[in-house]
Design a protein around this ligand. Structure first.
Ligand SMILES: [Zn+2]
Length: 187
């Protein structure tokens, strides 16, 4: 599937699995100002290694601010995030841009923003639902699966229009390749 690598996005809502950690609300937009915006910056990283290493995981600092292009980012501590399959939180590295003041949280691109289940696992469930017509046996809550499916159908209509005729699995891949979370609620 087409994962979104190296892309970033502004986020301000949860996408199906509701995280208990407090989340900042951002305004989005690209105009530099003094307001501290939060950006999710997707990187290639393995959750198991992050979990095993804790705060010693060797995160790679982005070469420049993806928001304003400033050449240097400062370390800004860690964000605690929870993922399916791990008994406790993982520490995700944060950086702050001294020019535009935005804060980046680096996040493994195996997972959409704010969703604890991996992209691959969600995709496999949607593939089964589309090809067989019902959900597979799974540890995932049916309510979550239905929520994701309903959001995917709404997002397909909204972004790919009702002329889309390649099915919801292809829509999932297409939306993901556009840097969107295919299964989060349509705002
Ligand atoms: Zn910046």
């Amino acid at each position: 599937m087409a994962f979104t690598r190296g892309l970033f996005c502004f986020q301000n809502r949860a996408g199906g699995e509701f995280c208990r950690t407090p989340r900042p609300v951002t305004t989005g937009g690209v105009t530099p100002n003094n307001k501290r915006d939060i950006m999710i910056y997707f990187v290639s990283a393995l959750l198991k290694q992050i979990f095993a290493s804790g705060k010693n995981y060797p995160w790679v600092r982005p070469s420049e601010c993806p928001r304003c292009g400033h050449y240097r980012l400062w370390g800004h501590g860690y964000a605690q995030r929870y993922f399916r399959g791990f008994p406790s939180c993982l520490y995700l590295k944060c950086y702050r841009c001294p020019a535009c003041n935005c804060v980046l949280t680096l996040r493994p691109d195996s997972h959409f923003s704010r969703i604890r289940t991996s992209r691959e696992m969600i995709r496999n469930h949607i593939e089964h639902r589309q090809t067989v017509g019902y959900w597979p046996r799974s540890d995932l809550l049916r309510s979550n699966l239905r929520y994701w499916w309903n959001n995917l159908t709404r997002r397909t209509l909204a972004f790919l229009t009702n002329s889309w005729c390649d099915g919801f699995l292809a829509a999932f891949d297409q939306l993901a390749s556009l840097g969107k979370t295919p299964v989060c609620r349509l705002r």
